[in-house]
Design a protein around this ligand. Structure first.
Ligand code: PLP
Length: 391
């Protein structure tokens, strides 16, 4: 189901969303009869057993009784979200399109006998070292499929989407100009310059508030704005890949999520995860994390600054976190698990720390880590020098 359907005269936005929800709730990996009594179903037990035995081809029949033989790989229910085991790639673009899934790791720092917290490590992407590679790749590649190469790409970004677009733009020979808010790290300008992109710094701390200026300047300069804030491929890439990856990864452990926690920027990834998991397993609780009033956390912001997809799906709660609290979350994970997540990850961790303290968490909890703490050395320097950690 493609965003183009949104424009189909016969289907309202509400009908489109309902249709997608229905598909997910009914979605199963294809059930294919293998011989008479074997069925490849969503837990993939038969597939795994056959693969383990080194079977390459299996006889199949469809519901009409047509019989034939197909490669076992064709029946692989994990196909869409399974990358390339030996990690050899024909192009850097495949580092995004085929290098999935990103790791899902159980955190010692947030788990106990009743709760297991699984972090999805999104800095395992090549261009921006963040979750935004998925979005930039899907928006640009769906655009390029139309057969028109943009002369230039302009985009407003707090850093990550811009960095991913610059990398992909370079690969495709498309020049990029990125509009950065005042809050983006100073060193980011040099990263963009090194990559050959143009950087425009704006005085605002809120990335989306630059959008109207970007659109005006792009139309003046004949540039394309893929527009992560409104482009439905931002939502759909997480529905098609991020959500499914997490689902399959947890299935491989024989569990399903009880709670999902993620930060809110454009709202793309949390909205898609909420939509997918609430349609698939009714009992999942989803929690969005926004920056508290008057606090600025890189990558996330407040819902009232304008988010598109969050309003189209069901999300149980949105919680406020301050910058200093996000730092506390980062340090908690860093000092127990030994990995240093970025500030939006730290904000999600802090929200979880509070829920753990209340004793209101059970089961398998998923938290998304959009990027890595090394991206924020300037901010770490300032906050640690000021001893801003909330104990
Ligand atoms: N965290 C970081 C570091 C980000 O760069 C972003 C988005 O730019 C987010 C969180 C929010 O993700 P989303 O735009 O999917 O809401």
């Amino acid at each position: 189901v493609e965003p183009a359907m949104l424009k189909a005269p016969s289907m309202s936005l509400k009908e489109y969303i309902d249709t997608l929800g229905y598909i997910i709730s009914k979605w199963r990996a294809p059930i294919i009869r293998v011989r008479d009594d074997w069925v490849l179903d969503e837990d993939a037990a038969v597939f795994n057993a056959l693969a383990e035995f080194g079977v390459k081809y299996v006889p199949v029949s469809d519901t009409l009784g047509e019989a034939g033989e197909v490669s076992l790989n064709l029946l692989n229910p994990f196909h869409e979200v399974q990358g390339n085991g030996l990690r050899v790639y024909d192009s850097v673009v495949e580092l995004v399109s085929r290098n999935t899934p990103t790791p899902l790791v159980k955190l010692r720092s947030l788990s106990n006998s009743d709760v297991r917290v699984w972090a999805k490590l999104e800095w395992y992407h090549p261009f921006s070292l963040s979750i935004k590679d998925r979005v930039a790749w899907y928006m640009l590649h769906r655009f390029l499929e139309r057969g028109v190469k943009p002369a230039k790409l302009y985009e407003a970004s707090s850093t990550n989407t811009g960095m991913a677009l610059v990398g992909l733009g370079n690969y495709h020979g498309v020049k990029t100009r990125i509009y950065l808010p005042a809050t983006a790290q100073r060193c980011v300008d040099y990263v963009f310059k090194a990559m050959g992109a143009e950087v425009v710094r704006e005085g605002t701390p809120i990335t989306i508030s630059m959008l109207s200026k970007v659109l005006v300047e792009a139309s003046r300069d004949n540039a394309v704005v893929l527009n992560q804030f409104e482009n439905d491929y931002n939502f759909l890439v997480h529905l098609r890949y991020t959500a499914k990856e997490i689902d399959y990864q947890l299935m491989s452990k024989g569990v399903k999520p009880s709670v999902i926690v993620a930060g809110l920027g454009t709202s793309g990834h949390l909205s898609a995860l909420s939509f997918y998991f609430k349609n698939k397993y009714k009992s999942v609780e989803t929690i969005g994390v926004q920056s508290a009033q008057g606090s600025s956390i890189p990558g996330i912001r407040r819902v009232e600054t304008g988010v598109k997809w969050l309003h189209m799906v069901e999300v149980d709660r949105v919680v406020d976190v301050r910058l200093e609290e996000a730092l506390t979350g980062i340090l908690h994970v860093a000092r127990i698990d030994g990995i240093l997540p970025g500030f939006s990850s730290g904000a999600a961790v802090y929200a979880l720390m509070k829920l753990l303290e209340e004793g209101s968490l059970r089961g398998d909890v998923v938290v998304v880590f959009p990027d890595h703490g090394l991206k924020y050395v300037e901010l770490l320097e300032t906050l640690l020098a000021e001893k801003c950690v909330v104990e």
